[in-house]
Design a protein around this ligand. Structure first.
Ligand code: ADP
Ligand code: MG
Length: 581
């Protein structure tokens, strides 16, 4: 074959392949055009049958187009939004490629009806384009604004049609696109209907929180934490979730940059990092944030569907976002909102709760002297001076199941504290605090000897440097045999060889990760070993000390694994439970 320039229709179809991946891409482009046209309200109507999406109609009350513009808009690279490549660095509109209408019309039948706003034009224009050819144009009565109707999508590209997923999957993508745009554009009201039924509806200037409530439900919206932070580089605003509202993947994180909704893994990761140990390792928060940045720092022209952007000074941006999230969380009271599983159910359980004296553990459990003194030793290790108090003032009333401390707040609230989780948090914070300093080690009088199966001994060999940073001195002597000569001193101190063996076994089992994560996992295990156990009776004095120590941690509300340490029932809630209000 000889080299030839492609027929423009073929070229457009190929270009369309990048822009129009699926019905949701059409919705995205049409919604963006409506927003760029200054619409204040946009209606998206979808029709489908069992085979899939049959029609998409987007109606806006934006500036509209003249008769000439209406035809020109379908030409490839026809845009009113930029003139010059330098305009791209100051782009404020969502569109700029001039490709969307041309691309959609190359692979579908598109009807455009439009009348320019405030132009005095008596009639509007109707243009029908199919497979890139204008097949009809003329005057028509029309309201101000623009309606675009797309039918027979991919009628001439069977390969693309074949890759469409089920109707519900395609609908889900459409709703996703509309939701993201609605969240990033509170200035527009967006309504999505499917086969005549309303699916999404957000109110204009109802605020972001209202839009979130409209899309994700009032329950989530109620618990969100507002974030609004400004640095010389950027401003981050929006809402982030309570740690208790976490998800198993990052899909609950919606990000826009300068009101352009995008996917940005680095930024999602920065938001996650801001939660630190407030969340378990494999959990992600929910977040709705907009980052305002100088437009010259954002390259929007890196992806045909503008789904991604490239950032200059990315690492500074990422750390500013992480810090903003961390500071926002540090400044709020996280316990009151910990959702508590259906309390009523527990109360009305069939089994009668046996009457049990809650207080006086000293007397009742005097026989458990060993356990008492162990808890005492464990608590004494974490006794530290300090005044900061991040918990509400509370007084322990007793213990339930030798696991939960029951406390009364001066505000009349009832608190339940998981004693083990709470002590883990205390230990973790103290160990982490000392982490940047030289580890203090404690030499053992008798080294503890470990003989390991080959696979584990290989793993331990790898871990020796990391263990060293934590204060373990481990030496290999002979085949698969190791001597532990020193252990970390301080809070999580280990004394007996059995404890040391168990800790190292746990570290070996629990550190498949690499890098800083691994270091963190090791710290966590060491910290948690020394924690007061569940199922151990504590004296009133010990309970008080534990609460006081917890109050001095940086993040008293969760343990290092992200589980709650404290759950709260405020007075109103108690009143409600007893129908006093
Ligand atoms: P882009 O949005 O990148 O400019 P499009 O192909 O999406 O390219 O649209 C081409 C042009 O058509 C736009 O620049 C705009 O001037 C005009 N246009 C498209 N949709 C609308 C609309 N809903 N209201 C007013 N003008 C529109
Ligand atoms: Mg566009």
């Amino acid at each position: 074959m000889k080299i030839q320039i492609l027929d423009p229709d073929v070229a457009n179809q190929i270009a369309a392949g990048e822009v129009v991946e699926r019905p949701a891409s059409v919705v995205k482009e049409l919604l963006e055009n409506a927003i760029d046209a200054g619409a204040s309200s946009i209606l998206v109507e979808i029709q489908s049958d069992l085979a899939g999406i049959t029609m998409i109609r987007v109606t806006d009350d934006g500036i509209g187009m003249s008769a000439e513009e209406a035809v020109l808009a379908f030409q490839p690279h026809a845009t009113s939004k930029i003139r010059d490549i330098t305009d791209l660095s100051q782009i404020r509109t969502l569109g700029f490629r001039g490709e969307a209408l041309a691309s959609i019309a190359a692979v579908a039948e598109v009807t455009l009806v439009t009348r320019p706003r405030d132009s005095g034009a008596l009639a509007g224009t109707r243009v029908v384009v199919r497979g890139g050819e204008v097949i009809e144009r003329g005057d028509v009565g029309a309201p101000e604004g623009t309606t675009v109707i797309v039918k027979s999508l991919f009628y001439n590209t069977p390969a693309r049609r074949k890759f469409l997923k089920s109707r519900n999957t395609e609908l889900a993508h459409i709703y996703g696109v509309a939701e993201n745009l609605a969240l990033a554009h509170g200035e527009v009201s967006i309504r999505v209907m499917h086969n005549g039924k309303e699916r999404i509806s957000t109110q204009r200037s109802g605020g972001l929180l209202n839009a979130i409530a409209g899309i994700y439900g009032a329950e989530l919206a109620r618990t969100l934490i507002p974030i609004d932070a400004k640095t010389p580089l950027l401003r981050i605003s929006g809402y982030i979730s309570q740690p208790a509202e976490s998800r198993g993947n990052p899909s609950g994180i919606s990000i826009s940059i300068n009101a352009r909704s995008i996917t940005a893994r680095q930024i999602a990761a920065a938001i996650r990092e801001g939660y630190g140990t407030l969340l378990p390792r494999d959990r992600y928060p929910v977040a709705f944030v907009d980052i305002s940045l100088d437009t010259t720092l954002v390259d929007v022209n890196v992806h045909p569907t503008k789904r991604e952007v490239r950032l200059s000074r990315e690492s500074e941006i990422v750390s500013a976002i992480r810090d903003a999230v961390e500071e926002t969380l540090a400044g709020c009271d996280l316990a009151h909102e910990v959702p508590i599983a259906p309390v009523q159910q527990r109360i009305t359980a069939d089994e009668p709760i046996p009457a049990q004296p809650v207080a006086e553990p000293e007397v009742a459990y005097a026989g458990h002297h060993r356990a008492l003194s162990l808890s005492d030793r464990q608590l004494r290790r974490t006794e530290m001076p300090g005044e900061e108090n991040l918990l509400p003032t509370m007084r322990p009333v007793g213990q339930v199941a030798a696991t939960y401390i029951v406390a009364e707040g001066t505000d009349g609230a009832l608190y339940l504290i998981d004693q083990h989780a709470a002590h883990e948090r205390i230990l973790y914070d103290q160990v982490a605090e000392r982490r940047d300093a030289e580890p203090t080690t404690q030499e053992l009088i008798m080294p503890a000897i470990l003989s390991l199966p080959p696979r584990e001994s290989a793993a331990l060999r790898d871990l020796i440097p990391i263990l060293g940073e934590e204060g373990f001195v481990v030496e290999e002597f002979g085949r698969d045999t190791f001597a532990v000569r020193s252990v970390p001193a301080g809070p999580g101190a280990l004394e007996d060889p059995e404890g040391i063996r168990e800790t190292i076994a746990e570290i070996l089992a629990g550190t498949s990760r690499t890098g800083p994560d691994r270091r963190e996992a090791v710290t966590c295990i060491i910290a948690c070993r020394g924690a007061v156990k569940a199922g151990v009776r504590l004296t009133h004095d010990q309970q008080e000390r534990l609460l006081a120590q917890l109050a001095r941690t940086k993040t008293p509300w969760t343990c290092p694994h992200g589980r709650p340490t404290v759950v709260a029932f405020d007075k109103q809630r108690l009143d409600r439970m007893f129908r006093r209000t």
